[in-house]
Design a protein around this ligand. Structure first.
Ligand SMILES: Cc1cc2nc3c(=O)[nH]c(=O)nc-3n(C[C@H](O)[C@H](O)[C@H](O)COP(=O)(O)OP(=O)(O)OC[C@H]3O[C@@H](n4cnc5c(N)ncnc54)[C@H](O)[C@@H]3O)c2cc1C
Length: 430
């Protein structure tokens, strides 16, 4: 990881940073320690894994290079969506009904897991209900109607409703869209509050968290995990580094591609304006390849995610960069001040399905949630706890999903992928 990227990310101000009550700080790893399980990375994957494993009686140490929630988990849109990142029809066509159905059930369980953790550990993270997905092209209307009918007929899912153009004013104060799907089972939250709540719950359950402790290498069985200042010897290792894994493990790094994605927060809006733009206080997203996603914060700011780049480093003016997308949806916000702009790294896979697996019997990894990690990464923690304690079935189902390496390896994946992503981004406009 270049020093430049660390510098940029550390200095980008985020609404989440400004509004979260944080757990910690946690000490740096010093000296030699023993654990049953060592986890690298303190985002949703690492902390949910730590919590679930600790509740089963394992002694867990989490090593985080920066601070809790420094990665995507503390920077994202906070949407907790049902379904996998790929739609059910795709999953049925690709894997057949049994696997598609298991993936669907797990996706609902993932959303419930977030809700359950919030309730059980009393995490104050502004959890709310409902998501609306908008079509930015008229020709997508039929597909959206079909999707709702398909989920209803095939899966008995009745919490999704098609909303035609005439009813759009009920759900949005914008003329940018042609129709929508409302999903009342999806949720949304303040992600940095959630990740710190997980950290606090994990510590209460006996987990040791170390911040400012970048792992530099690991080897052997039991595995010895090293940082500059110390080491942990553990029976099992969980790599939960997602888009930030960089050089730590080249064997899995090649299966994901890090993409920078950006978010802004406006000044607090009046109640009237907030209800005009998002009447039902749902989270929202659209059908663009470079997706726009947005919601209100607890203090009525519009949190709007839009735009991405495929190079190292963030744009110098993130607020202005994202504002152009926001104004396409909400021109009425032209005079609203933008208080914060920040970015984070999403790890995508070639087919946008998560990448789970084992490098050897005792070294596990979960990554590549492709922009759907709030529920899926949190749920990954539940699956790894099942797997380590001998119930491998559901972890293996995820691990058996095919994932291809990006062509060109870690060095040359960029030029090819960038060309592809730019092509699809351009298609959004026509
Ligand atoms: C801007 C943005 C918006 C998004 N919006 C949404 C959304 O609305 N809904 C949704 O479902 N998903 C969304 N996502 C995706 C979601 O945030 C991620 O999938 C999820 O947070 C991944 O969690 P994680 O714990 O696997 O990874 P991360 O949260 O990235 O955590 C990885 C951690 O590992 C640490 N680490 C890396 N290497 C080392 C090392 N060598 N030693 C020690 N520590 C290390 C990093 O510092 C980091 O803290 C978004 C992502 C971004 C960036």
């Amino acid at each position: 990881m270049s020093i430049f990227i660390l510098f940029c990310e550390a200095n980008v101000s985020s609404y989440y940073q400004a509004s979260a009550t944080k757990s910690g700080p946690y000490p740096q790893l010093q000296g030699s320690h023993q654990a049953d399980i060592c986890i690298v990375g303190a985002g949703f994957t690492g902390l949910s894994s730590a919590l679930h494993l600790s509740e089963l009686g394992y002694k867990v140490i989490v090593l985080e290079a920066e601070t809790v929630g420094h990665g995507a988990s503390g920077r994202n849109g906070g949407h907790v969506g049902t379904g996998q990142r790929r739609d059910q029809q795709y999953l049925e066509d690709r894997f057949g009904h049994d696997i598609a159905s298991a993936l669907w059930s797990m996706s609902l369980e993932a959303v419930d897991t977030v809700k359950h953790l919030v309730e059980k550990h009393r995490i104050k993270c502004d959890l709310k209900h409902g998501n609306v997905h908008f079509a930015h092209k008229a020709r997508y209307s039929r597909d959206m109607e079909k999707e709702v009918a398909f989920l209803n007929d095939r899966y008995g899912f009745d919490q999704m409703e098609y909303i035609g153009k005439d009813r759009l004013p009920d759900v949005i104060g914008s003329h940018a869209y042609h129709c929508a799907v409302m999903d009342t089972a999806s949720k949304h939250l303040h992600p940095l509050k959630f990740v710190h709540g997980l950290a606090e719950a994990a510590v209460k359950a006996g987990v040791v968290i170390c911040e400012q402790s970048p792992v530099t290498s690991y080897a052997g069985t039991p595995v010895v995990v090293k940082t500059d200042q110390g080491q942990v010897t553990a029976a099992e290792l969980v790599l939960a580094c997602n888009a930030y894994i960089e050089k730590l493990e080249p064997k899995i790094n090649g299966y994901i591609m890090p993409i920078n994605n950006f978010v802004l927060a406006t000044e607090p809006l009046s109640d009237e304006l907030a209800r005009e733009i998002i009447p039902l206080d749902t989270s929202m997203a659209d059908s663009r390849f470079v997706i726009n996603y947005w919601k209100l914060s607890a203090d009525n700011r519009l949190l709007f995610g839009g735009g991405e780049n495929y190079r190292r480093g963030f744009p110098s003016d993130i607020k202005g960069f994202v504002q152009q997308y926001m104004l396409q949806v909400y021109p009425q916000l032209a005079d609203s001040k933008i208080d914060y702009g920040w970015g984070g790294r999403v790890a995508i896979t070639m087919n946008r399905l998560p990448h789970f697996g084992r490098l050897q019997d005792n070294i596990w990894y979960m990554q590549g949630y492709s922009g759907h990690g709030v529920p899926t990464a949190t749920f990954a923690g539940k699956l790894i706890a099942e797997a380590v304690s001998g119930k491998l079935e559901r972890f293996d189902l995820m691990a058996d999903l095919p994932t291809a390496k990006f062509p060109g390896g870690t060095l040359l994946r960029w030029p090819g992928m960038v060309a592809g992503m730019l092509y699809y981004a351009l298609r959004d406009r026509f």
